[in-house]
Design a protein around this ligand. Structure first.
Ligand code: ZN
Length: 155
C-alpha cells in the first residue's frame, strides 16, 4: 500500500501515517494546535470573559464589552483574547522530557487551566512578544551553559 503524504489540512481518518511523520515536529505541532482548539471550546475558556464584562448601549443596541486585564480599557469581544497568565510553554522550560520526546502531560496540565485572563489584542501581542524574547534568550543561555560544561569537562 502506498503511503500518501499527510498535510495538516488532510483528513486524518483515512490517512496512513508514515511513522516518520508521527515522530516529526509537524506531528507534535499538529496535536498541539488540536489541543489548543479543543481547550478554546471549553466552558473554562469562555467563562474567563464573564467576570470582566459590561453591557453598553450603542445606537439603541445592547453590546457587550470586556475589560483588558493589563490596560484596563474596554473592548468588544473581537478585539480581546483569552490569555494563559502563566504561559502554557513557560520561558525556562522547553516542553521536552529527558528522553527527548515532547512532554504531553506537562503541556496538557498547563493548557487546561483556569489560570486565564482577558487581554486586548495589543496587550496580548506585547505579552507574547516579551515571552518569546525571554524564551529565546533562555534557550541561548542554556546552549552557552551546555557548551561551557562541555569545555570544562574536556579541558
Ligand atoms: Zn490592553
Amino acid at each position: 500500500m502506498a503511503i500518501r503524504k499527510v498535510s495538516l489540512q488532510s483528513d486524518l481518518r483515512d490517512a496512513v501515517l508514515p511513522s516518520a511523520w508521527v515522530e516529526s515536529q509537524d506531528c507534535v505541532q499538529f496535536i498541539r494546535n488540536a489541543l489548543r482548539r479543543a481547550f478554546s471550546r471549553t466552558r473554562c475558556y469562555s467563562s474567563a470573559r464573564n467576570t470582566v464584562r459590561r453591557e453598553i448601549t450603542v445606537a439603541n443596541r445592547r453590546r457587550i464589552q470586556y475589560s483588558c486585564n493589563h490596560c484596563n480599557k474596554w473592548f468588544f469581544r473581537a478585539d480581546t483574547q483569552v490569555d494563559h497568565i502563566q504561559p502554557v510553554e513557560d520561558v525556562a522550560h522547553e516542553m521536552v522530557r529527558a528522553d527527548g520526546k515532547f512532554d504531553w502531560n506537562r503541556f496538557i496540565d498547563r493548557l487546561f487551566t483556569t489560570n486565564l485572563q482577558v487581554l486586548c489584542k495589543s496587550c496580548h501581542s506585547a505579552k507574547s512578544t516579551a515571552e518569546n524574547a525571554h524564551r529565546k534568550a533562555m534557550k541561548k543561555a542554556n546552549k552557552l551553559a551546555k557548551v561551557g560544561q562541555y569545555d570544562r569537562g574536556t579541558k
